[in-house]
Design a binder for this molecule. Structure first.
Ligand code: GLY
Ligand code: MN
Ligand code: MN
Length: 461
């Protein structure tokens, strides 16, 4: 948690940028997993954390711009609650620590917002993603649940994105801490990987470190010998010599900031020559793209440069052919690199995705591509100092996609389908780091995590 001055300054800026009316920032609630009292891990809403700092279920923040009031609505614990939870700081006490002097029972929120609606004052809310908050918003505003996304306040969305996109120095300290915990997870997994172990044993090691050093993971662990499945959460395979194992996982630190790192390692102590060729190509794309990063550069250009680097290398290996600039322009590389180069990261692993990807990642001058692969790029806009983003190129051999494109005779001028037959069981390689954009360039966050072939094999030995 930061000082109350930090939260006060953030709210002041938010009110100024949003203009008039009331701003409603709903916190999250407990959600029952299989019955009401057996709940999922509680995670506070990131906008609430950013502007009100309190991680507690069942509370909401309201900024009345017109009347200059800042309120947190929520119920204090009853004696019956305390029997089960023990004594906790009161909500009023916690609110004071973030610079809020007004706390009211949760139900007072209903009258407050309903009156604002009746008085025809603007009620600004962000697009809800939890069903409980959708139901509450419907009750507060009278807007049908199906229309809440469309009726969310664009002024508020833009004001939040403008602030949260630029990480302050104290936020960067937190992000660096999240990356360092994430690094410890990766090093432990790299050391433990061995033929005969189940993927779940390695995932358990990563999970244990994330829980022990922070709040757990910042997203469900991706760890698989089937690295070609981009978001593979199945951990049931037994590792075999000769395979690659791709681990994409990160920690959420105690102040709720996310790390998101990927490493790919051989199950055997060393990479095969073929694995090394693909690995070094992905590594070149990652390192060269990181080296390009600086303010003013559209990230879409960096994505396309990664695609060109990898397509050139695949051409040298006989998997692609023809004019590589043209191949990338038409999207032929997406057979091997079907996702975006990276995304913003902060309190959310895909930062602010709840507010709308295009508000976060695109601008008036950079629009999202419609091409398969490039369309998945979540961040395309011009970079600015204070942005923290991921760089995560990958090369994958996806048997289903290769078979489909070959059957459709797609991009016959650019892809050597005959060569692909030898690569069906290769899997995939992805390498990912988290980068801060500085005034003049960039900085890779966290202590270095083994990445070159020599470094990875050194750790495996
Ligand atoms: N961990 C998901 C991603 O890299 O975007
Ligand atoms: Mn990742
Ligand atoms: Mn990522």
């Amino acid at each position: 948690m930061f000082s109350k001055e930090t939260y006060q300054a953030r709210r002041t800026q938010l009110k100024q940028q949003t203009g008039s009316g009331i701003i409603l920032i709903l916190g999250n609630n407990e959600v029952g997993m299989n019955y009401k009292a057996n709940t999922y891990h509680f995670r506070q809403d990131s906008n609430f954390l950013y502007f009100f700092g309190i991680s507690q279920p069942g509370i909401a923040g309201l900024l009345d711009i017109d009347e200059g009031r800042e309120i947190i609505f929520g119920n204090e614990l009853t004696m019956e609650d305390i029997v089960w939870t023990g004594t906790l700081p009161t909500l009023a006490n916690r609110a004071t620590k973030v610079g809020i002097d007004n706390t009211f029972p949760f139900n007072d929120l209903i009258d407050y917002v309903k009156k604002a609606v009746k008085d025809k004052r603007p009620v600004h809310f962000a697009p809800p993603y939890r069903h409980g908050n959708m139901i509450l918003l419907k009750e507060l505003t009278g807007i049908a649940i199906g229309k809440l996304q469309a009726k969310a306040s664009v002024d508020l969305i833009k004001a939040i994105v403008a602030q949260r996109s630029h990480k302050s120095e104290e936020e960067v300290v937190e992000m660096e801490n999240a990356v360092n915990i994430t690094g410890a997870m990766h090093v432990a997994v790299m050391k433990a990987a061995a033929a005969g172990k189940r993927e779940s044993e390695l995932a358990g090691i990563a999970q244990g470190i994330a829980t022990g050093m922070g709040n757990g993971t910042s997203y469900p662990i991706i760890l698989s010998v089937n690295g070609q499945v981009l978001h593979n959460h199945d951990h049931s395979n037994i590792l075999k010599d000769g395979q690659l194992v791709l681990g994409d996982f990160g920690a959420e630190n105690v102040n709720f900031y996310a790390g998101d790192i990927t490493r790919t390692v051989p199950v055997s102590k060393k990479f095969t020559e073929r694995q090394k060729d693909i690995y070094n190509l992905v590594l070149k794309a990652e390192v060269d793209c990181i080296n390009m990063l600086k303010p003013g550069l559209p990230y879409q250009d960096v994505h396309l440069e990664a695609a060109r680097i990898m397509a050139e290398g695949l051409k040298d290996m006989g998997l692609m052919k023809g004019d590589i600039d043209e191949a990338v322009e038409l999207g032929a590389h997406a057979l091997f690199f079907p996702h975006g180069l990276g995304h913003m990261i902060g309190l959310d692993v895909h930062d602010m995705e709840d507010l709308g990807e295009d508000y976060v990642g695109y601008s008036d001058t950079v629009k999202r591509s419609e091409l398969f692969g490039t369309a998945y790029l979540r961040l395309g806009r011009e970079l600015e100092p204070g942005f923290v983003l991921t760089v995560e190129p990958g090369i994958y051999f996806i048997p289903e996609l290769m078979a489909l494109w070959e059957a459709e005779k797609k991009f016959m001028d650019f892809i050597n389908y005959d060569e692909l037959d030898k690569w069906h069981s290769f899997g995939g390689v992805r390498i990912e780091d988290n980068i801060l954009i500085t005034e003049n360039g960039h900085r890779i966050l966290g202590n270095p995590i083994p990445k070159t072939v020599v470094e990875v094999e050194g750790l495996r030995g």
